[in-house]
Design a protein around this ligand. Structure first.
Ligand SMILES: Nc1nc2c(ncn2[C@@H]2O[C@H](COP(=O)(O)OP(=O)(O)OP(=O)(O)O)[C@@H](O)[C@H]2O)c(=O)[nH]1
Ligand SMILES: [Mg+2]
Length: 253
């Protein structure tokens, strides 16, 4: 198990039940410290996690009184991480879909490329719903266009290592990226800022409800949010097109 003073694991959680406790334990077994931001959950997990943290100094739990969205939960953790002197955070979902065993590899790639964002690229198995596997192709296509093919392997996957300062800067300047629009919008805006993406394949596991699987993705609500997000990003893209073209040609196409 690795103990770091620069890189921490950050888990935003909203009503994920026992899965968040399991996820935190699995993460702690391979990396420390681990921080969980409980995003206004009403499922009793704040208390369970706080009890676990009382006996586990490398686990820190932040409890937000009201639900504000995944991006808002990540931003809260990010600000605390910055204040505590951490330079990078690995974000992972609390629902057990992301492989804790791969945390050391993601951290190692980040340590070798500290200026980059390490983006997980999901490798789905038969447990993944076709709608979630195919639906993301639309968002990936737009993200590729908006960055002139800067190399975002998957715009929606939340298993990533971010450099703290650039991500904070992007988020604090904007009222967006607080909910389900967080993952794709920050990937695009980090590219615009010059933070290069490094992609790393990562298996994903979807749990059935009987296995404790939880998802708060709502097809209509969240796709509407994503559509509005890409409209916003396209406006930003048009404004930045000269800069992006210049960068692309300066880098040799
Ligand atoms: N959706 C959602 N997730 C939140 C919120 N706050 C924190 N989270 C966490 O953000 C992560 C992603 O949420 P999910 O609903 O699983 O979204 P997803 O993984 O993209 O969707 P699925 O592929 O259907 O699982 C989980 O760890 C949630 O617990 C919130 O307000 N809404
Ligand atoms: Mg999920």
């Amino acid at each position: 198990m690795a103990r770091s003073h620069s890189h921490l694991v950050l888990i935003p959680s909203y009503n994920t039940g026992p899965k968040v406790v399991e996820t935190a334990r699995l993460a702690l077994a391979v990396w420390q410290p681990v921080w969980v931001v409980v995003d206004g959950s009403t499922d009793g997990t704040a208390e369970t996690l706080q009890a676990l943290a009382a006996n586990t100094p490398e686990l820190r739990v932040f409890v937000l009184p009201h639900n504000r969205g995944k991006g808002a939960a990540v931003l809260h953790g990010l600000q605390q991480a910055d204040a505590a002197g951490y330079t990078h955070v690995l974000t992972m979902d609390a629902d057990g879909q992301h492989p804790a065993a791969m945390i050391p590899e993601f951290m190692s790639v980040s340590q070798k490329n500290p200026l980059a964002a390490v983006l997980g690229k999901p490798v789905f198995d038969a447990s993944a719903p076709a709608l979630r596997v195919n639906g993301r192709k639309v968002s990936n296509w737009w993200a590729n266009l908006e960055t002139l093919g800067a190399g975002i392997g998957d715009s929606l996957f939340g298993f990533r290592v971010y450099p703290v300062r650039p991500l904070r800067r992007i988020m604090e300047r904007s009222p967006w990226m607080r909910r389900f629009d967080f993952d794709p919008e920050v990937a695009v805006r980090l590219c615009w800022l010059g933070v290069k993406p490094v992609n790393l394949d990562s298996p994903v596991r979807y749990f059935s409800a009987a296995e404790g699987g939880v998802s708060h993705f709502r097809y209509l609500r969240d796709n509407t949010l994503l559509t509005w997000m890409h409209i916003r990003l396209m406006c930003g893209f048009v404004l930045r097109l000269p800069l992006l073209l210049w960068r692309k040609f300066a880098a040799g196409g």
